[in-house]
Design a protein around this ligand. Sequence first.
Ligand code: ADP
Ligand code: MG
Length: 678
Amino acid sequence: MLSLYDPVTALSGVGPKRKKLYQKLGIETVDDLLHFYPRRYDDFSHPLPLDQWQTETTGLVEGTLLKKYPPAYIRKGMVLYKGLITDGFSRCQITFFNNEYALKGMSLGESYLFSGKLVKSLSGYQMTVTTVVSKEEKETFRPIYRLTEGLPLKGVIHNIKDALTAYLPLVAEQLPPALISRYRLLPIRDALWSIHFPKDQTALAEAKRRLSFEELFFFSLALFLLKGRPKENTRIRIAACSMSPFYQSLPFSLTDCQKRSIDEILKDFSSPHPMRRLLQGDVGSGKTVVAAAACYAAAQSGYQSALMAPTEILAAQHEKTFRDMLCPLGIRICLLTGSLSQKEKAALRAGIQNGDFDVVIGTHALFQQSTLFSRLGLVITDEQHRFGVRQREALTQKGDAPHHLVMSATPIPRTLALMLYGDLDLSVLDQRPAGRKPVETFVIHSDKRTRALHFLRKQIEQGGQAYIVCPLIEEGVGELTAATRYAEELKETVFWGISVGLLHGKMSAEEKEAVMSAFSRGEISLLVATTVIEVGVDVPNANVILIENAERFGLSQLHQLRGRVGRGERESYCILLSDHDNPDTRRRLAVMRKSNDGFFIAKQDLKLRGAGDFFGEKQHGVPVLGIADLMEDSLLFQTAREEARSLLKEDPKLEKEEHRPLWEKVQHDWIQKKLWTE
Ligand code: ADP
Ligand code: MG
């Protein structure tokens, strides 16, 4: 009896050795192999004569083999195998690098399709061949899979073909028939065949659409199921109140989008369902004051708010900001972090439980069981992308279905936001506070470092403050002393007479806080730091940031770092230092130079790195999708989500007989394997 969950060794030609190789790619069963989709395809459907290709590009030519030359040994490990072909009009010399068998396996006088980079010189056409297929090979598309050392493409193609032939009849349709007909989707078996061996572009596109839909549909179901029924109820009522005392106490007037977001939150407060809202805004757009407004309103109705930050530095900073804004209005605030002594924590917890505080600000310590609230009405998580799905749920379970506001500075596209946060509503801060100028950005080589440092000094002398970010500091003790020495050296040379501070992840929370608050009071003018300053840190007077080894950071991370400056009225600068000259790095850094728009940058980042890297599974609790493309399939995703939602309306737990297989699929493949791992 065959089963889809047979190990890959059930296939002919797969022994223990290949099994190990497949394991490296995460493939254990035949089913895994069937869902191991090609990364791309070589398209052999449109060969053209030599003179119709632009040279210096990849061309596809049908040619007859005229001649094989003896191999040329260039140097150790580099052998060229050359031959001569004709397309009927012109001749072309072909070259294979280190591929002994390609040419050997071909016969003189036979026709083949050659694909590779084509150049034209005085001696005529030349092609460095990457792929060659005989004309008899039926498929005009060749699937290209992600491989691992020792696993040949031909072998994988062979195994997959075998698997399809023997096992396809066992693959059951899991999408409801109504959906298949409504969206004219391919049946699963056809789709699986075509995704591996499409007969043409149309078949490929259809297969992709079907499988992407399915993936997004399962994913949406899993998210909805995880979150329980779409709408819970809450008994918390945060009544409408006058916000003017709060507004009047602010040193600035709110932007329109800040006002709009606050209104949206207040409206959610009056509903019988707990708020689930994502407040999204680029760095520096002013999310904190929106959060404070929400806490203010909650306190007016006698409810407590909990604000959770990803780092102690940020928690401490929020506490200070909130104190300034809210204490004069009679709101009581406390800071609860992991670094407090047991005794201090116990005392604060007793106070929280007793209702002595209206706003509790803290880090993960807030999650701990022993923190009990007397009347928790609102939970706010800042820089949400740092927390996993599960952590988020843990905090909201603390009260009686409290309202939840999620703030994210990671400027993710709307589709991704939906994907990450499922059924959250969205408020967007898409304007910056008045008077902000874009941060001028430069990319330089390290031979200009000294000049750049002098520029920093000049800015400091004119009353500004500066950051230097070194990614090295967190990598072990040796590097740590190196960075400490670097800071010392700066103090004694370029920054002679200027107060220099050092901030890194290995310092205790108190030490960090002491340095940070000295910097924010202006007692330190230059802060040498690791990426601990990446998130949220707000010192409006700081106006220059220099980032060493900028190539080590992702674009979105660079944007976050750059967001530490340009928060006040001063002209601001960001200097990216990098000696890496490969085109990819240059392209990425150029994006930074050109744009100050986090959404644009995030999009470029996604394009350059792929969604999988952008939202690494571990960090963000987002599964890496196998086939759907979040950027390109956003419409499909919306559709799939809507369908998932309405299916769950009809059968909230997928308990009906006909939904059994669907439930199992979602439960095993999505909830257990992908979403619920930490
Ligand atoms: P982020 O969205 O990155 O968390 P913050 O809330 O830290 O941004 O705000 C950045 C800075 O802008 C803070 O110094 C804050 O006081 C200031 N700010 C916020 N809103 C306004 C506004 N409407 N006008 C002027 N400054 C503002
Ligand atoms: Mg912030």
